[in-house]
Design a protein around this ligand. Structure first.
Ligand code: ADP
Ligand code: MG
Length: 423
């Protein structure tokens, strides 16, 4: 008899979740929370109405619904379901009503306390186990309280074997109900997350395509203007010469931003080739030396070998320029930036060390996220693009930094195993 009733309870527990799965896709989160709370409350009432009742005791699965309300619906949903359970219990009456109240309120308080911790659990299976262990708690309290209470009253009319059997059935159905319910809810949430993710990706894609085509169109007139400015500067001897320099400098900056952006938005237009790291590195250091001199920073390169890697050369150069430029920009006058090249059989390691202002832990966690920059005219694209390009090359990019001491950027790349073919 108890088994039938409790199996019916399992069905009642699962019903609201089945109904939910029809709603979850096209509702806002707040709306679906209201629906979930209502359904859980109705199910709780049904569970208690269809409980197995014997000598004024109700055996049912109301705590499953209570715990689901707290963990998935939030605090408010939890307390609403708690209230509904208390009301129903009052309506149903029975002998041990006080124990019923106490257990419901105590378990609600416990669920309330654990709700936050539950949100930090990430893995699906861990979450299911968490809920199962949580729902055992009130059952355990209830049974202990009942035993003590009935013992005290001296009218413990249950036979020991019978109680064990009831507990066994209750635990079994509890595990089944709460396990299935959590799995269903988790799946529903995952589906919802995926859908949101997809919608965002579609939007992002449209925006970045548009922006990329604009950036591309802007680059051509920019190059033309820059060329003419350079021509005009040659013939200009007066004070306009300075203006030309500034204009050209800003043009270069605009071009850099655009190429960073295009790299970010269109990472797939690639021309992968094998190249010697040493050669590329020295070329970039040569390009950046005048800039370092202007900033009064010493830029040195150490180490040399014939290691080769495989990548789009322009993208790889872009990474090196971004990172070395950041290092120079962070370094005060008379500081040092060292670029180091090491080889270790299967990997090649490039380190860029500066004696600059460094970064705090918080800054370190933000680095590489889109648009994170602490500079007035910064874009935050440089590191973001670099992380992505290095990841595409199968390598890693790591930052270590101490405020006011300096920063060390380590790039580790897999060595291209084929010896240079073109020599
Ligand atoms: P931007 O240079 O346009 O600001 P980046 O993506 O290149 O954008 O860099 C993001 C931020 O990371 C910088 O604004 C700076 O705060 C920090 N950063 C990067 N490299 C260094 C470094 N070597 N030393 C100190 N801070 C750095
Ligand atoms: Mg930068």
């Amino acid at each position: 008899m108890i088994a039938e009733k409790l199996l019916l309870n399992v069905l009642i527990v699962l019903m609201p979740l089945m109904v939910m799965s029809f709603f979850v896709n096209d509702r806002k989160e707040s709306q679906s929370k209201v629906i979930l709370t209502t359904l859980l409350a109705i199910a709780a009432v049904l569970c208690m109405v269809f409980a197995f009742e014997e000598q004024g005791l109700y055996w049912d699965l109301r705590y499953v619904l209570l715990v689901l309300a707290f963990l998935y619906g939030g605090r408010r949903a939890g307390w609403i379901v708690c209230g509904v359970i208390l009301l129903t219990r009052t309506y149903l009456g029975g002998d041990h009503i006080i124990i019923g109240y106490v257990v419901v309120v105590v378990s609600s308080t416990i669920f309330n306390l654990y709700a936050n911790r539950y949100r930090q659990v990430n893995q699906k299976w861990k979450r299911v186990c968490f809920v199962i262990s949580l729902v055992f708690l009130p059952t355990f309290i209830q049974l202990t309280l009942l035993t003590i209470y009935l013992q005290l009253l001296g009218d413990f009319q249950y036979q020991f074997g019978q109680v064990i059997f009831y507990i066994f059935v209750l635990m079994g159905t509890l595990i089944v109900a709460v396990g299935f319910a959590t799995l269903l809810l988790e799946q529903m949430l995952e589906r919802r997350r995926m859908q949101e993710e997809m919608e965002r990706a579609v939007k992002m894609n449209a925006i970045s395509e548009l922006a990329a085509s604009i950036a591309h169109e802007v680059r051509n007139p920019l190059t033309v203007v820059k060329g003419f400015l350079q021509l005009m500067q040659k013939d200009e001897k007066g004070k306009n010469n300075d203006y030309f320099s500034i204009a050209l400098c800003e043009m270069n900056r605009a071009e850099e931003i655009i190429s960073d952006y295009l790299n970010f938005a269109k990472p797939h237009s690639k021309n992968v080739q094998v190249m010697e790291v040493n050669q590329v590195l020295r070329e970039i250091v040569n390009i950046l030396t005048p800039y370092a001199l202007k900033e009064n920073v010493e830029l040195k390169i150490e180490g040399s070998n014939k290691t080769t890697v495989r990548s789009d050369q322009n993208q790889f150069k872009q990474v090196l320029i971004n990172l070395i430029k950041n290092a120079i920009e962070a370094t005060p006058k008379n500081g040092k930036v060292n670029v180091d090249l090491e080889e270790d059989k299967t990997v090649v390691k490039i380190t860029i060390t500066d004696t600059g202002k460094g970064m705090s832990n918080e800054q370190l966690t933000n680095i590489g996220t889109l648009f994170y920059s602490t500079k007035d005219k910064g874009t935050g694209l440089g590191t973001m693009v670099s992380f992505r390009i290095i990841a595409e090359m199968g390598g890693t990019l790591r930052y270590e930094s101490k405020v006011n001491v300096g920063t060390k950027v380590t790039i580790v790349l897999p060595v291209d195993s084929n010896i240079l073919h073109n020599e």
